[in-house]
Structure formats: structure tokens, C-alpha cells
Design a protein around this ligand. Structure first.
Ligand code: S3P
Length: 436
């Protein structure tokens, strides 16, 4: 049983310090899954500390994959790969709050000769799964659901390859289908109309798979041949850029901020936030840029500056999908405001993030226009402390801790424990770098 907890955030004067982030959530999920179906041992350092990535590891164990945490301080995970054939779980796989676990792992269990039941918490049970059900069914799997929502009953088989144009821009779906394609016969081709994060492609290559990629208009096509064998790797997961977003946006609130973030993920399909914040006036310089297993990693030096406005629309909305809540939360403090469009997907995340952001900003006294696919938030506003509701959503809890830094008076974040879904140490680290 989860106990609800509240956190009080007081206004700050400045932000100063250095933050070392837990491993990226998207990469951790993929490494854990691919390590499980690879041959040999994988050693993964700085694995995400978030509850979501722990859900993935638990599900892998239920599918017969042995792993252990060999160093708690650096969150090192050693996984004994079983190769592509897993064992039937004796109980439903509990994906907790993690859409990534359910969607991506469904591509792997669809290629197994047994039935898997996948369940999730109340929030995950409301999220759309037809986006993976439809293509996996076309590949030969039999999938039962509750009108396209969890729980899923997946009866796997020897999958057929697919040529599929994704109707929704989703990296989770793309990875799901590439994983299924790896277990299928012949060549699978996935096309996305809008470019989404490519950690699935990069991780598959790191584990030794060959795949071909090319741009098609504003999107991509990826081809993968089935039957390729993966091999275990030794890797260090770069710091999570979507978690860094909370500190970067907090830094943007104060012209005197000074922040260092070593070993941060800089993958170009994730780093759009840095461009947007720089255009808004934050000074960011990147040093020690290197590539590890195909992922770009760098160290950031950040200095506060102006805080102009921004418009986020089209391909940017997909590229910034996890960062929009915190960009919206600082929007009232910008000079010209922030407008977000083409972000309807936010309504089917861990919460309806458009409604959650609008409701909480209004509680703090802000003027907000809510649209079906986004928000328009005027700049130059003064906010006051209030009681904020996380709606059980980690990114909403953390986004409003940031908004609270420049409000008048204290802000109480209800359901603050949900931050642990991606970043258990968030509030602790946050209080260390905030100056009052
Ligand atoms: C993720 C992709 C995004 C993102 C989620 C993680 C991933 O979801 O919101 O937090 O790791 O691929 P969609 O692919 O469904 O947009």
C-alpha cells in the first residue's frame, strides 16, 4: 500500500551546486530488457533508481532472468542473459506505474511460446495499449485487453515480420516493435512520421544487433532482421536528462544561478530542452562530450540569465513530451509566456498532464488557457504558494516544486512520494542546491 506524503517548498533566492543524476530511465528499461534476452552477462552501472525501472527488473526476474544489484551506491546491476527464450511467469507481471515496461516488454513476451498477463496500477490501467496490441496482433500474437487498456493477456508465438507505419508518435511503441522484430522471422520495417527518441535503436546496436535507419520526411524508418543474437555488455547509463530538466528549469528562474551537471545524457533526440532553454536565455555550456555505446554524454555548466518565452509545437512537442510539464510550470515567470500545441499525448500520460498543469497553476493564482492539445500561459505573472496536487504523477510533483521556488509564500505538494517513480532522491537533492 502506498502512503501519501506531502512536501513543503519555500521560495528561493538562487540555485547553486552540482547535481549527479541517476541513470536515464528510458535507457535503463531498454538495457534491462535486452540484457535479459542477450547471451552472457551484462553489467549496468548507474541504473535508474526510479521505481519504474525496478518494475522492469522484477518483470524480467518473473520471466526467468537472474540479476542482482552488486553495488547499491552506484546502482550497479548484473544481469545473466538467457538468450531469446524466456520462461513462463507463474503470476501476472506487475508493471506498476510504468507504461514503458508494459509497452516495450509486450514486444518481447509476444515472441514467447506462452501466455503472459501484464497488469499495472490504477494510472497504468487507464492508459491506451491498442497502439501495441494492433501491430503485435498483426505479427501473430493473440492479445486480450480491457477495451484496449490493461490488463493485457498476451499469447506469444513465432512472430511474423511487419511493415508498419506508426499512427502515434511513440518511442515506446517503436522499441516494442523492434524488440518483437528481433524475435520474428524475416525483416521488420517501422516508420515513424515524427522523430522520437532512438534509445531502442541505439541499445539494440550496443547489444550487437544490426539495424538500418534512414530519414523519411520529418520522420524515420528502421529495419531489423529477426533471429539476430544479442550479446551482454558493460555499460554506464548516462544521467537522466528528463530528471535534469527540473534543475535546469529551476536554474532558469534566477539570473544568478550556477549549476554543474556531470555525465548527462546528450542524445540529440532528447536534448531539445537545452536548445529551448538557451533560446529562453539560460547559459549552458557542454564539456567532455563523449559517446558511450552509441549514446552521447556530456557535462553541463549552467548560468542563469534572462527568461524569455517559448512556443512548443509540431515535432518539438514530441521531442519535449516529458519536459513540457516543467516548462509550463515556469511559464508564468517568463517575459512573454509559453504556448504549447500538438501535445495531445500529454492527456494520456501518468495523469492528464495538460489538465494537471492547468489546475495547479490556477491554484497558484496564474492565468492559463487550456486547449485540447496544449496550453497557453501568459508571462509576467506573480504566483502565490498553494496546495498542489501531484495526481499521483511524478513529473507533476517535481514540476510544481520548481514553480514554488519563485512563488510568494510556501507551497504544499500533495502526493510528493510519486517523484520516486523516476527520481526517489529528487526532493533531497533539490533542497541541497536551492539557496534561500
Ligand atoms: C519513453 C517515451 C515517451 C515518454 C516516456 C518514456 C521511452 O513515451 O513519455 O516517459 O522511454 O520510450 P511515448 O513513447 O509513449 O511518447
Amino acid at each position: 500500500m502506498k502512503t501519501e506524503s506531502s512536501v513543503v517548498v519555500r521560495p528561493a533566492r538562487n540555485l547553486r551546486g552540482s547535481v549527479r543524476l541517476p541513470g536515464d530511465k528510458s535507457i535503463s528499461h531498454r538495457y534491462a530488457m535486452l540484457a535479459g534476452i542477450a547471451e552472457g552477462t551484462s553489467r549496468i552501472e548507474n541504473y535508474s533508481t526510479g521505481a519504474d525501472c525496478a518494475s522492469t527488473l522484477r518483470c524480467m526476474r518473473s520471466l526467468g532472468v537472474a540479476w542482482e544489484r552488486t553495488d547499491a551506491a552506484d546502482n550497479v546491476i548484473e544481469v545473466q542473459g538467457r538468450g531469446p527464450t524466456l520462461t513462463a511467469p507463474s503470476a501476472p507481471l506487475d508493471c506498476g506505474n510504468s507504461g514503458s515496461t508494459m509497452r516495450m516488454l509486450s514486444g518481447i513476451v509476444a515472441g514467447q511460446k506462452f501466455t503472459t498477463e501484464m497488469i499495472g496500477d490504477e494510472s497504468l490501467s487507464r492508459r491506451p495499449m491498442e497502439r501495441v496490441i494492433k501491430p503485435l496482433t498483426a505479427m501473430g500474437a493473440t492479445i486480450g485487453s480491457r477495451e484496449g487498456k490493461p490488463p493485457l493477456h498476451i499469447t506469444g508465438c513465432a512472430l511474423k515480420a511487419i511493415d508498419y507505419k506508426m499512427p502515434v508518435a511513440s518511442a515506446q511503441v517503436k522499441s516494442c516493435l523492434l524488440f518483437a522484430g528481433l524475435l520474428a522471422e524475416a525483416e521488420t520495417r517501422i516508420e515513424e512520421a515524427v522523430r522520437t527518441r532512438d534509445h531502442g535503436e541505439v541499445a539494440l546496436r550496443a547489444f550487437g544487433a544490426k539495424l538500418e535507419r534512414k530519414s523519411v520526411g520529418a520522420g524515420n524508418e528502421v529495419r531489423i532482421r529477426g533471429g539476430q543474437q544479442l550479446h551482454g555488455i558493460e555499460a554506464r547509463v548516462p544521467g537522466d536528462l528528463s530528471s535534469a530538466a527540473f534543475f535546469l528549469c529551476a536554474a532558469a528562474l534566477f539570473p544568478e544561478s550556477q549549476l554543474a551537471i556531470p555525465h548527462l545524457l546528450m542524445n540529440p533526440t532528447r536534448a531539445r530542452l537545452l536548445d529551448v532553454l538557451m533560446q529562453m536565455g539560460l547559459h549552458i555550456s557542454v564539456t567532455q562530450l563523449e559517446e558511450i555505446h552509441g549514446e552521447m554524454v556530456g557535462s553541463l555548466q549552467v548560468e542563469g540569465g534572462a527568461l524569455k518565452g517559448a512556443t512548443i509545437a509540431g515535432a518539438d512537442s514530441a521531442a519535449l513530451i516529458d519536459e513540457i510539464p516543467v516548462l509550463a510550470a515556469i511559464a508564468p515567470y517568463t517575459e512573454k509566456g509559453v504556448e504549447v500545441r500538438d501535445a495531445r499525448e500529454l492527456r494520456v500520460k501518468e495523469s492528464d498532464r495538460i489538465a494537471a498543469v492547468a489546475a495547479n497553476l490556477r491554484r497558484m493564482g496564474a492565468e492559463v488557457e487550456e486547449h485540447e492539445d496544449g496550453l497557453k500561459i501568459p508571462g509576467g505573472q506573480k504566483l502565490h504558494g498553494a496546495e498542489i496536487e501531484s495526481f499521483g504523477d511524478h513529473r507533476i510533483a517535481m514540476a510544481f516544486a520548481v514553480a514554488a521556488l519563485r512563488a510568494d509564500g510556501e507551497t504544499l505538494i500533495r502526493g510528493a512520494e510519486s517523484a520516486a517513480i523516476s527520481y526517489p532522491a529528487f526532493f533531497h537533492t533539490f533542497e541541497q542546491i536551492v539557496e534561500r
